[in-house]
Design a binder for this molecule. Structure first.
Ligand code: HPA
Length: 235
């Protein structure tokens, strides 16, 4: 079978799919952490792979950047490929000084001014929750692995380059938003309308309030931490 954006058979994709934004990060995860890897998608270079993590099956596929992009791929995976759970593993910009670069965030809710949920399914909410069950599992895994996570609400924004960036920090304070990324709100909405599960782990890659900098090694370790938590969701 095939959908407009994924050229795979149903059985080639696992029930749990990890979604980094960058398809090359999906390839890196498959190459580095999985065995018995089979690539299931290359349409538009949005690479997807299925393999084994410590003997348990899991898939990993790029989502692209922004809600329209993750909206397409997550809907096709949930609706046409019988995927049960999608966990986004991405990066975010910090809105608060209490977050340090490379902290790992376990997203509890995504706030957005985006019209995605309304346009897709007349959903009028501006804040959507992650799956409670999946989040409980991810939190338990993080404790077992001794990798601390910060839990909280994030901003799913449609805009990366803002004309008035100073205004966004007011909104962040008002709505108690930890940081900003560009995908979770659409992912959580698609999980709701298809009765599936979605969650999101984020690594703080930059800060909108400080100008901290770190080394490439610190960066790699931080992303690896997030991946290790998510990979334990393999079945
Ligand atoms: N804005 C939006 N998305 C992001 C950012 C940002 O500053 N950093 C990482 N993802």
């Amino acid at each position: 079978m095939s959908t407009p954006h994924i050229n795979a058979e149903k059985h080639e994709i696992a029930k749990v799919v990890l979604m980094p934004g960058d398809p090359l990060r999906a390839k890196y995860i498959a190459d580095t952490f999985l065995t018995d890897v089979k690539q299931f998608n290359s349409v538009r270079n949005m690479f997807g792979y299925t393999g084994l993590y410590n003997g348990r099956r899991i898939s990993v596929m790029g989502s692209g950047m922004g809600m329209p992009s993750i909206g397409i791929y997550s809907y096709e995976l949930f609706k046409f490929y019988d995927v049960d759970t999608i966990i986004r593993i991405g990066s975010c910009g910090a809105y608060t000084k209490t977050l340090k670069l490379y902290d790992t965030i376990l997203v509890t809710e995504a706030f957005s001014e985006s019209s995605f949920a309304f346009a897709q399914g007349k959903c009028e909410e501006d804040t959507l929750p992650a799956s409670k069950t999946v989040n409980e599992k991810l939190e338990a895994i993080s404790k077992e692995l001794d990798i601390p996570v910060v839990k909280g609400k994030i901003h799913s924004s449609d805009v990366f380059y803002r004309q008035f960036p100073e205004e966004i920090l007011k909104l962040a304070q008002e709505k108690e938003l930890l940081g900003v990324e560009m995908e979770s709100f659409a992912l959580f909405h698609n999980a709701n309308v298809t009765n599936k599960n979605a969650a999101c782990l984020l690594t703080v890659s930059d800060s909108l309030v400080t100008s901290e900098s770190t080394t490439p090694e610190e960066r790699q370790t931080a992303f690896t931490n997030m991946m290790k938590i998510a990979l334990e969701m393999a079945e």
